[in-house]
Design a protein around this ligand. Structure first.
Ligand code: ADP
Length: 478
């Protein structure tokens, strides 16, 4: 279907146009050549007629009329160009009285419209192009000669147009032949061109259908360096992306399942133990503590998943208000200090006296701080340290969380804010925490930057505009 339509479009848009142009050129050149040759013959005949008639006039003035007739007969019968031109003397009654011998285009039955035209025209010249009774095509020129008491009233020159027509025909045929060759060239090159587009397009279609059917390994071989080649590359990179996101999605499902199973196993284990324990308050207390902590961890994960799904369909809403960012940061640090101590990680928080307010959602910002501090502890080994700072720089508040953990490979660094991406599978996590955090900070018109050196540590820099600068920007925006 596609092949037909591209070829058809090319045929209509290009080939037909070239065809029309060439036909016009052939027709126009035919007319021009015809006019050129006919007018050249006509000019030549006219020049000849005026030379001969003026010569006759001069001649007649010195000769008596009986001699003049025989002199004229002699001249006409021995006319030097009689091989290709017939010269006739026409009497005052309009009949041919003498004609050059050996070459006869006319007989008595043939009309002489040129003679009639010459009689009435101002310059005494008449032309005629037509066919003789024998079918021969001729051009005739009649020149009236005004000689007193003469038996001649006009001279008539007749030439055959066969040779001229032959030349015109050959020239037009030559032009038509060249045009046909051009047309054939256009046709062949056009068809090759259409084929060079249609074939890869067909292959692209096949590969795209395979990809759509789920064969994400399918790729297109790039055949050219043009737009089609570019399209192949785009489809291949689209397939790469699809394959990548399919892989990330599968890994995400497996990490989330794993993440859910760990606390569930702990809860189930402790619940079973508690059923057998009758009077052992310390064990009871410990069991309840573990169950509570693991339930909290589970609900935290479910919340993160719900947030992620809200981001995906644009339902994540912020409850903006003027807020003290230090209060939320302090709380997040407090939640993790105990955990870090248990994992032998030293957390230092250089809390500033005070910072300007920000205009934000305090629960969401606390969620971001928790995520970043959690990552810093999670990706650090026992004995490591996490250093948290908060300060103002210009119109923004900067919060830095620097750890001495495992770090991130430079090639993974640009991807870690994308959904499902996990640079390290040895630690728990779903790979969506930073994607959610990035979205929340973006909604606060801030940014998250991450600097990292593998084996040395990672620093996450959160930048959030102060309330004042947010207001000014808002005012400017209105
Ligand atoms: P996860 O739940 O897997 O931690 P995140 O979105 O929070 O997902 O982080 C994405 C990935 O970025 C992590 O899997 C981890 O590889 C890397 N990462 C994030 N923070 C740190 C850090 N402080 N140190 C080393 N790697 C980190």
């Amino acid at each position: 279907m596609a092949i037909k339509s591209i070829a058809q479009r090319w045929f209509i848009n290009s080939f037909t146009v070239v065809l029309v142009i060439l036909v016009t050129i052939v027709a126009a050149s035919g007319v021009l050549i015809h006019n050129f040759y006919y007018s050249a013959v006509r000019q030549a005949l006219k020049a000849r007629a005026s030379t001969v008639s003026s010569m006759m006039m001069r001649y007649s003035s010195g000769i008596v009329s009986s001699n003049f007739y025989s002199e004229m007969r002699n001249y006409i019968e021995s006319f030097p160009d009689k091989d290709y031109m017939e010269l006739m003397a026409v009497d005052p009654y309009g009949s041919v009285s003498i004609t050059s011998s050996g070459f006869s285009y006319t007989d008595k039955r043939d009309r002489m419209p040129d003679y009639n035209e010459a009689l009435i025209s101002a310059d005494g010249i008449g032309f005629y192009v037509g066919e003789l009774s024998n079918g021969q095509k001729i051009m005739a020129v009649t020149q009236i000669v005004n000689i007193v008491n003469s038996e001649f009233s006009a001279m008539r020159f007749v030439v055959s147009l066969e040779t001229v027509d032959q030349v015109i025909f050959t020239l037009v045929m030559g032009i038509a032949g060249i045009s046909l060759a051009v047309l054939a060239l256009v046709l062949v090159s056009g068809l090759l061109f259409v084929r060079s587009i249609v074939r890869p397009v067909r292959e692209i279609g096949t590969a795209a259908r395979q990809i759509a059917r789920g064969d994400l390994k399918s790729r297109i071989v790039k055949v050219s360096e043009d737009e089609i080649g570019e399209l192949c590359e785009t489809i291949n990179s689209m397939a790469d992306e699809l394959e990548n996101s399919e892989r990330l999605k599968n890994e995400f499902i497996s990490s989330v399942s794993h993440e859910l199973r760990t606390p569930l196993t702990a809860i189930k284990g402790w619940a079973e133990t508690l059923m057998t324990v009758e009077d052992d308050p310390p064990t009871l207390k410990k069991g309840m503590r573990v169950i509570t902590a693991e339930t909290e961890r589970l609900s935290g994960m479910v919340e993160e998943l719900l947030d992620f799904s809200r981001i995906q369909d644009g339902r994540l809403r912020m409850n903006f208000q003027k807020m003290d960012i230090l209060a939320e940061l302090g709380e997040a640090v407090l939640i993790y200090t105990e955990k870090a101590r248990q994992e032998d990680i030293d957390v230092t928080y250089n809390e500033p006296e005070m910072l300007p307010f920000v205009y934000g959602d305090k629960n969401r910002l606390r969620q971001v701080f928790i995520n970043v501090i959690d990552n810093a502890i999670k990706y650090s080994d026992p004995g490591g340290s996490v250093k948290i700072d908060a300060f103002q720089r210009g119109d923004s508040i900067l919060i830095t969380v620097a750890d001495s953990g495992i770090g991130i490979d430079p090639e993974d660094l640009p991807k870690i804010k994308t959904k499902f991406f996990k640079a390290n599978y040895s630690r728990r996590g779903s790979g969506i925490g930073l994607a959610v955090a990035d979205e929340i900070i973006s909604m606060h018109k801030g940014s998250i930057e991450i600097e990292s050196t593998p084996g040395v540590g990672t620093t996450v820099i959160l930048t959030i505009p102060t309330e004042e600068s947010a207001e000014t920007a808002e005012g400017r925006g209105q």
